[in-house]
Design a binder for this molecule. Structure first.
Ligand SMILES: [Zn+2]
Ligand SMILES: [Zn+2]
Length: 411
């Protein structure tokens, strides 16, 4: 066997911009982007954090120096930096006047003071905690980690490889990754050429999975990467595509609906330029330029609206109708014609294909196969609460009032 070791430095990530906060809060706290913005708005209004709609990595000089004092006091001088650490903005248009999202005072979430008559909930504190730690960590010393690679040659000359990490100096990890530090604090002692006993051998199949569907965090990440949306619009865009019924969430992943797909196809086919990513990214840039006073409003609007209006006039008069219906296996109880699923702004519903001759409709039930209502043995159906949370109910509602948040509880 052979070992190689090197000490690598790990640097803290930049402070939060809106999109980074939304992504991190999704993974660490399970918050939707809309919820992050609501909580951050409350914290901002109470003067607890800086403005939460930003794409800047800047931290004020004042904050940086107060953070240093805090770090020296709490962790010792060897955790502080001699010179403040800065981060370069990715976004070209990031306004330098703005700051990254940071706490206004150097107090952790346990000693947050609530303004009179305002409520700080546990969720406010959870969001504040990650903002606080991320901002303070930017001004802490980098961590030093010893990475040991171990190569083991079997008697048949197969080469096995593994590695281990040992935190030599925890630096900012002391604040943000306590568990990682605790789990990686031992040195391993292996002598080169020393024999190693095989305790078990496992073989695993590994396949390449297709890329997963987007969740809120990965969608915001790709939007920022492609220049779609701005700090103020990531959360509203994500809410809107759900409110319109273009996508549905299934265990935190977005799935296009039978309504969303044809609408997207139709718009892309008829307004090819308008629905290209590059067009949207370009327009976002122009809006930034208008905001900065670098471009006149009317010329940008003409550039967008004139070709759009031309194409719209053509399409409005072509007499084509897009029908978005789903076929079903059911027959209309009134006239025996097939039932179809139609869409309204309230969601899906069943309608008779004989419309307008027959006006029969009934509500749409998404039946979960293989499950029965534990109260009355009726079908279990998927329903959505007022705030769009998925739950399970009984098809015999309102006669039967069974409901459950998870399907696991239903036999
Ligand atoms: Zn009918
Ligand atoms: Zn029931």
């Amino acid at each position: 066997s052979k070992t190689e070791s090197e000490v690598i430095k790990r640097y803290p990530p930049p402070p939060y911009t809106t999109s980074l906060l939304q992504q991190d809060a999704f993974y660490k706290c399970g918050f939707s982007s809309k919820m992050v913005m609501r909580l951050a708005q409350d914290l901002y209004e109470q003067g607890i954090i800086t403005y939460h709609r930003t794409d800047s990595f800047n931290l004020s000089t004042q904050f940086v120096f107060r953070a240093k004092d805090y770090i020296v006091e709490k962790y010792g001088a060897n955790y502080a930096l001699e010179k403040p650490r800065g981060f370069r903005n990715k976004s070209r248009m990031a306004q330098e006047a703005h700051e990254a999202i940071r706490p206004t005072k150097l107090v952790d979430e346990s000693s947050l003071n609530t303004a009179k008559g305002k409520k700080i909930t546990i969720n406010h504190k959870r969001l504040y905690k990650i903002i606080f730690e991320r901002a303070v960590a930017t001004q802490m010393k980098e961590a030093e980690i010893k990475v040991v690679k171990i190569y083991v040659k079997s008697s048949k000359d197969y080469l096995f490889e593994t590695s281990s990490q040992q935190v030599m100096f925890d630096g900012f990890l002391k604040l943000t990754h306590k568990e990682f530090v605790a789990q990686n604090n031992r040195s391993i002692d292996i002598k080169e050429g020393a024999p190693i006993t095989l305790t078990s051998l496992e073989s695993k199949d590994q396949g390449t999975a297709p890329p997963p569907r987007y969740n809120e965090a990965s969608l915001i990440r790709i939007m920022e990467e492609k220049g779609i949306g701005r700090p103020s619009t990531y959360a509203p865009i994500i809410s809107l595509i759900q409110d319109k019924g273009y996508v549905e969430k299934e265990s935190r992943y977005f799935i296009p609906t039978k309504l969303g797909e044809p609408i997207s196809d139709y718009l892309s086919a008829n307004f090819p330029v308008l629905f290209e990513l590059a067009f949207t990214a370009h327009m976002e840039e122009e809006l930034d330029e208008i905001a900065a006073g670098a471009k006149p409003l009317t010329s940008v609007l003409h550039e967008v609206y004139d070709p759009f209006k031309k194409q719209l006039d053509v399409i409005m008069n072509d007499g084509k109708v897009v029908t978005i219906n789903e076929d079903t296996n059911e027959k209309c109880p009134k006239c025996e014609k097939p039932l179809i699923i139609r869409f309204s702004k309230f969601g899906k519903f069943y309608a008779c294909s004989g419309y307008p001759g027959c006006k029969f409709t009934k509500s749409f039930l998404h039946v979960v196969s293989g499950k029965k209502c534990p109260k009355c043995q009726g079908d279990v159906v998927v329903k959505y609460s007022k705030n769009r949370k998925r739950f399970y109910g009984c098809s015999n509602y309102p006669k039967c009032d069974f409901s459950s948040w998870t399907i696991k509880d239903v036999k």
